[in-house]
Write a protein that binds this ligand. Structure first.
Ligand SMILES: [Zn+2]
Length: 479
């Protein structure tokens, strides 16, 4: 493979799907060549990036009083099967263990498709009285589901590697409602830090998570105009608890079912970050998340090799104190190094050659804008702080613009039809099921959810029946 080919990508706007596969491979995020379909190998750079993402979530969970736990990955059929009444066809998507060595098992075991059953089985013993509530726990584990649709790395997989799932337990329904608000707030803060734009929607009653009272989803849009669900926050009320006999004794000695919620995200969060910010030269990573924040590239000049080398090391030792920094003093040509680190999304590149050495002024190149600036060596530290802040703000506003370009506010069903193949479309809705179903039938896609009460008092009318609109609903193609 030639130097150029090694870092060449199919243009993102031309074929997003191909671009995404190529960037994951060339930036060394994933290796897709594992012999089990829908399962992928995480490479060191990709893993580090995902860890940075998960660390943000970990911090947010701890700050809000959630404790990390671990429950085993294997669940007996008798325990899991109580969930089957909620989810149709669920059984068919499970990886079953039917043998141990040469022996057939009397009872099948499943590889964790969800964790509710596994947890509730044990929590029965943890929760006895109202004093044990609320209980807020979470874990980060792999989840296995035999996905029958075409698999896609990070987007539709058979092994979700980084499933962060929170599970909470409450005495009253009202407490569970408040917890759901907290869950949504955590996810909003999380995606704000990732610089990923989103809309928070409640799903329609006919599309609510099985066994749930209601749920909120965070949606974003991929470059191909399809919606991607980034995370879900679910209020089960006491429905799940009743199935598993999860009860507590209240202040008056009365037995009551526990109210439960759950909320989860996965590596889809990173997929969105990569897809939204990346360009035709590779990743563009927010400074906070980039495994490498600064790369120093020496520009050798004949006769000055040693001095440049020494100066690079000097700058490297200063910058690395505060930032995750690499000094690329390998044999490769500077041009090759530029391509390589651009592909990996390093936010800032420092170039040091003879001119920089003599003037004690460094050439800095920004990954987000490709802009080149010069910074005096003695101002480097403070200027880098400012620069990183600028980069983050610029990436945030670019992402906002990206989101606006791919959404359309329709005033009629015809306008929905005219835009739904390329964009995510919003419209005014009264909230009545008949109107919702009529739109879905006419348009041929499902309503992805609605911004609850967003249009109350706005004077906008439902685009089907013409009565006062309550919600802003969203419709479109989705992953
Ligand atoms: Zn209506």
């Amino acid at each position: 493979m030639s130097e150029r080919e090694a870092f060449e990508l199919t243009p993102k706007e031309e074929n997003f799907s191909r671009w995404f596969d190529e960037v994951l491979f060339k930036a060394e995020i994933l290796d897709e060549r594992y012999p089990v379909k829908g399962m992928y190998v995480w490479l060191p750079f990709g893993y580090e990036l995902m860890e940075n993402v998960m660390n943000i979530m970990d911090r947010l969970m701890r700050e809000t009083g959630h404790k990390r736990v671990y429950f085993p990955a294997i669940v007996p059929e008798s325990v899991l099967s109580r969930e089957f009444r909620f989810i149709k066809g669920f059984e068919d998507s499970i990886y079953w263990i039917t043998r141990l060595g040469r022996r057939d098992l009397q009872e099948k075991l499943a590889l964790r498709p969800t964790s509710e059953a596994i947890m509730y089985e044990v929590l029965n013993r943890w929760i006895n009285s109202y004093k044990d509530l609320p209980l807020r726990i979470y874990q980060v584990v792999s989840v296995y589901r035999y996905e029958t649709k075409a698999t896609r790395p990070m987007l539709r997989v058979r092994e979700i590697v980084f499933f962060k799932e929170g599970h909470t337990f409450h005495a009253s329904y009202e407490d569970a409602v408040k917890q759901v608000e907290l869950g949504v707030d955590i996810y909003k803060r999380f995606y704000d830090e990732l610089l990923v734009p989103y809309v928070v929607v409640k799903t329609t009653p006919w599309d609510t998570f099985p066994g749930a009272r209601y749920n909120y989803d965070l949606l974003t849009i991929m470059p191909d105009g399809k919606a991607l669900e980034l995370g879900s926050v679910i209020n089960f009320g006491d429905l799940f608890a009743k199935t598993y006999g999860l009860e507590y004794m209240d202040e008056n000695g009365q037995k009551k079912p526990v109210n439960t919620t759950s909320f989860g995200i996965s590596e889809r969060s990173l997929a969105a970050l990569i897809a939204i910010h990346g360009d035709d030269r590779g990743l563009r990573l927010p400074p906070k998340l980039a495994p490498i924040q600064v790369v120093i590239v020496p520009i050798p000049t004949k006769g000055y090799e040693e001095e440049i080398d020494r100066y690079c090391k000097e700058i490297f030792s200063k910058v690395r104190i505060k930032y995750r920094t690499v000094l690329d003093d390998t044999e490769d040509r500077p041009g090759y190094k530029f391509y390589k680190w651009e592909m990996k999304g390093v936010p800032v590149r420092i170039e040091i050659g003879r001119k920089e050495l003599e003037e004690r002024e460094l050439t800095i190149s920004r990954r987000d804008t490709s802009e080149r600036i010069r910074i005096a060596e003695d101002k480097l530290e403070e200027e880098l702080d400012v620069l990183f802040h600028d980069i983050e703000e610029n990436m945030r506003s670019m992402a906002r613009e990206y989101f606006l370009e791919r959404t359309y506010n329709a005033k009629s069903i015809d306008e929905i039809k005219g835009n739904v193949e390329t964009k995510l479309v919003s419209f005014a809705w009264c909230g009545l099921e008949e109107c919702g179903h009529e739109i879905e039938e006419e348009v041929g896609y499902g309503i992805l959810g609605y911004e609850e009460d967003a249009l109350i008092g706005s004077g906008e009318k439902c685009i089907v029946c013409g009565s006062e609109a309550k919600h802003r609903a969203w419709i479109g193609r989705s992953y």
